[in-house]
Design a protein around this ligand. Structure first.
Ligand SMILES: [Zn+2]
Length: 76
């Protein structure tokens, strides 16, 4: 029985959900958001949208720079 004749479903990927490339946990960013941060590890990502599907493009580096420079300052 296949009730859903049209529309392929990718296994394991639900609409609007993305998987964090850092810790691999799934989360759902708010629709159309340009950035989303992972609730698990807190890393922030740039998103792109194709209809209802979000894709992670790249990390938000400015955030990292802040974190890294703070860590480095602590070393001195
Ligand atoms: Zn994560």
């Amino acid at each position: 029985m296949d009730a859903e004749g049209k529309g392929r479903r990718t296994k394991g990927e639900r609409i609007g959900e993305i998987r964090c490339p850092h810790c691999f946990s799934r989360f759902r960013p708010s629709h159309g958001a340009e950035r989303a941060s992972c609730p698990e590890c807190g890393w922030e990502w740039h998103l792109s949208w194709k209809g209802d599907l979000a894709k992670i493009r790249k990390p938000v580096w400015e955030k990292w720079d802040e974190q890294v420079s703070e860590e480095q300052r602590g070393e001195e």
